[in-house]
Design a protein. Structure first.
Length: 102
């Protein structure tokens, strides 16, 4: 755990790193900018934490803003964010999915 991090923030950091691993390997890494990669991973971490009820304050939103993420970029990445968050949630046995109801 980083100094000053709560357990929820530590989990969010782990979710962010797992999202990078799932989203940004091989050819997709070359196809995206650092801004896109950081925004997508931060958004995945936010969705995962929200879905399981972890309070991380404004950390994810602040981080996405620091990376230059915005509503347009998030909208363009929504499918990747939803798919990856759902994969993580399913992997940890969470009952909720980030995907919208059908």
């Amino acid at each position: 755990m980083l100094p000053g991090q709560t357990p929820a923030e530590e989990f969010a950091t782990l979710a962010d790193e797992i999202a990078h691993s799932l989203l940004h390997q091989q050819e997709r890494r070359a196809e995206t900018t650092k801004r896109v990669r950081e925004t997508e991973a931060g958004a995945v971490a936010f969705v995962v934490c929200e879905a399981i009820g972890l309070e991380t304050g404004s950390a994810a939103v602040d981080y996405i803003g620091l990376c230059g993420g915005d509503a347009k970029l998030l909208s363009e990445s929504l499918e990747y964010v939803q798919r990856t968050a759902t994969l993580i949630l399913n992997s940890i046995g969470a009952d909720d999915s980030s995907a919208p109801p059908a």
